[in-house]
Structure formats: structure tokens, C-alpha cells
Design a protein around this ligand. Sequence first.
Ligand code: CIR
Length: 253
Amino acid sequence: MFTNVIVRKPGQSMVNGITTANLGKPDYEKALKQHDNYVEALKQCGVNVTVLEADEKYPDSCFVEDTALLTKKCAVITNPGAGSRKGEEKEIHEVLKGFYDNIEVIKEPGTIEGGDIMMVGDHFYIGLSARTNKEGAEQMIEYLQKYGYTGSTVPFEKFLHLKTGVSYLEHNNLLATGEFIDHPMFKDFNIIEISEEESYAANCIWVNDYVLVPKGFDEAKNAIAEAGYRIIEVDVSEFRKLDGGLSCLSLRF
Ligand code: CIR
């Protein structure tokens, strides 16, 4: 169960965020409304939501997931691999001091972003991506072991982050698309397959037996509902324009 969630409002500078999506620039007013709805959806799942003010210095700072890994026993501050995002983690470090006694920090030359880390019970899968290097993953695994957890690395090719293509929904159910559907590391999960056309919906979040699903992906929504979850649809079209999904917008713990 999660009890807390941290989010950060998008700033107007979000229009200069990193993107490969080719979907045009986000509409800021619309993004603010969508962000408010996202917060409401989280509250519906029974969590306390801390909403941080927008930070105009960092165009991608609403994607707080990338700045830390939060577990029951410790927080680990990441070191973002994207140049324009370096520094976001320092702001989050200060915020997390209000929630955690045990805070560890990933150091250069290690880089890692939270979107590459998937929690499955006490085990953490860490995707090796353009943002997360081997050194960053190794440092993370060492910290996890210090607190009694385990970690393993997952090589992949086509996605921005590991969780762009795969999401754990608890109960051994894994949403997967593309190369993750048959990935040998995930062969023991019940795979809920997401088609190429709906691949954006492979990034969903489980929050206390609700699943937040991006609006407009009916095939994915039906498959998840069939697996027994209560669904909350959330429109995040403006964040999609920056390659961001539902998980990226929050830290859940
Ligand atoms: C970036 O490229 O860093 C942002 N535009 C999107 C970050 C998405 N975060 C995530 O998947 N965890």
C-alpha cells in the first residue's frame, strides 16, 4: 500500500522540455488542468498528496519520478542522465528530508533516472538506458542491498525508460509492450500484453489496487479491468508530448 505521493506542478517552461514525441508543444493551461485531475485521481486512491510548486528553472521538473527511488526503508537520490535535468534531484533531496531519515545519493560517473527502476516487492529491476548507466545501476543495487533489498539490471533497446514499456501492477501482473512482452527476465510474470498501437498505455500506475490508465487507450483499459482492477482514466496528453507518462509525474511511497 502507498500512503504518500509527491508531485510537482509543471511550470510554463515545460514547453521547452525534452521530447522525441513529435506531437507538438504542450498547451500549458491544459497541462495544469490535467495535472490537477491527476492529483484528484491519486487522492481517490487514498494517498496523501504533497504538491510542490512549479520550478521554472527545470522544464522537465514535473516528472519527479526520475529524481529519486523511494522504498519503505530508504530514499535514494538519483543523478539524472539528461544534462538539462541535472539539479532537479537536489530540490527533491531537500523535500525528502521531511519524510526520510535514511537518504543515499548516487554519484558521478553513475547516472540513473527513476523511470528506469521498477519495484516488485523487495526486488528492483533497473533498466540500462540512455539515461541510466551501468555505474549508476551498480551504485543503486549496492544501496538497495544495504537495506535488505535486491536489484538486477535489464538491458533493452527501444524505450526512453524501462517503465515506458513495462509496469508492475502487483499480484504478479505485468503490463508489457514491444520487446518486453517476451523479455526473458519477465517470463515468470502474468503478462498483460499492450499492442504497439497502444504502447503509450504500457506506462500505468498501481495505487492501492486502483490502476491509473491514460485516457484514450480502450484496449489497454479493458485488458487491465479484466485482470480485476478498478480503473481511473486520466488524460495526460500534454505530458505525452514530452515523452512523459503517468508514472513519471509522481513519487509514490
Ligand atoms: C525527459 O525526457 O526527461 C522528459 N521529457 C520525460 C521524462 C519521463 N519520465 C519518465 O518516464 N519517468
